[in-house]
Ligand binder design. Structure first.
Ligand SMILES: O=C(O)c1cc(=O)[nH]c(=O)n1[C@@H]1O[C@H](COP(=O)(O)O)[C@@H](O)[C@H]1O
Length: 281
């Protein structure tokens, strides 16, 4: 039996530092790395990222869409990248943003969180817009298999606010409802819950109560979308403790040189540490 995802993440953040790097092999990045826009190019792209970052970054987040666009051969590359990253000691957060009725969510859960699946990752991203309760089979699978689930709360894109900040009959925003339900799942977990939220680094002061989350908060939108490490202070205020800053294109654009990828990563990690340290426990 391995440890719960939250405990494994806690250790990874302590030893490797508070950072997630995304693998988003955009066609333009493949081109700038001198690689073809096909499954072989994808495989070489991933091999370089694994070599450069697999042994040093706490969380690596492959974006499934960029693999799926190459069909079954692309998905095979994703399977192998997940395995290699995990073997190198990184926690793999597979960005698939799944959500559906509960019975279908159960199938997604077995696709991504069951150790028997070739696509098994440490954690996945999930969309709560069919109701947080519809994600229950994913939460159950995460508990059973020591996995994690990061649920969208306040996303980094400008279109998100219209839905996420809508106020329900009880006076709570949709996002606060998501935050509160995830907080309940993490209540009492030590040292850190396995259920995370996604809150974009681009959104300014959240205006939401994140004080009881007791789990990780993934903060994408840094770099290419315009947010900087210092924005994390504005966005999260006193709730910075378990923020996991996430960069994709900003770092990947520095490839294919392994040493440049490492240097860029070390650079953003230092910027994030300066804002996030010290952790409260
Ligand atoms: O869940 C995510 O990771 C995510 C949530 C969000 O609110 N905004 C967001 O950009 N993302 C993902 O984070 C990555 C951002 O990539 P860059 O803009 O290149 O850093 C993409 O894979 C997005 O799909």
């Amino acid at each position: 039996m391995t440890k719960a995802f939250g405990a494994r993440l806690y250790e990874a953040l302590a030893t490797r530092g508070p950072l997630c790097i995304g693998i988003d092999p955009h066609p333009s990045l493949l081109a700038s790395w001198g690689l073809p826009d096909d499954a072989d190019g994808l495989a070489r792209f991933c091999a370089t990222v694994v070599e450069a970052l697999g042994d040093r970054v706490a969380v690596v987040k492959p974006q499934s869409a960029f693999f799926e666009r190459h069909g079954s051969r692309g998905v095979a590359v994703l399977e192998s990248a997940i395995r290699q990253l995990r073997d190198a000691g990184a926690l793999v957060l597979l960005d698939v943003k799944r959500g559906d009725i509960g019975s279908t969510v159960a199938a997604y859960a077995s696709a991504y969180l069951d150790p028997a699946s070739p696509l098994r990752a440490d954690a996945i991203t999930a969309s709560p817009y069919l109701g947080v309760g519809s994600l229950a089979p994913m939460f159950d699978a995460a508990r059973a298999h020591d996995g994690g689930v990061f649920v969208l709360a306040l996303t980094s894109n400008p279109e998100g606010a219209e839905v996420q900040r809508a106020v329900g009959p009880g006076g709570r925003t949709v996002a606060q409802g998501v935050i509160d339900e995830i907080s309940q799942l993490n209540a009492g977990a030590e040292p850190l819950g396995s259920f995370g939220l996604v809150v974009g680094a681009t959104i300014g002061d959240t205006g939401h109560d994140l004080s009881r989350v007791n789990g990780p908060i993934l903060a994408p939108g840094l770099g290419a979308q315009g947010a900087t490490a210092s924005d994390l202070r504005t966005v999260f205020g006193n709730d910075l403790a378990w923020v996991v800053p996430s960069y994709s294109r900003e770092i990947l654009a520095r490839g294919p040189s392994v040493s440049d990828l490492r240097a860029a990563t070390a650079d953003v990690l230092a910027q994030c540490r300066a804002v996030l340290a010290p952790r409260t426990r």
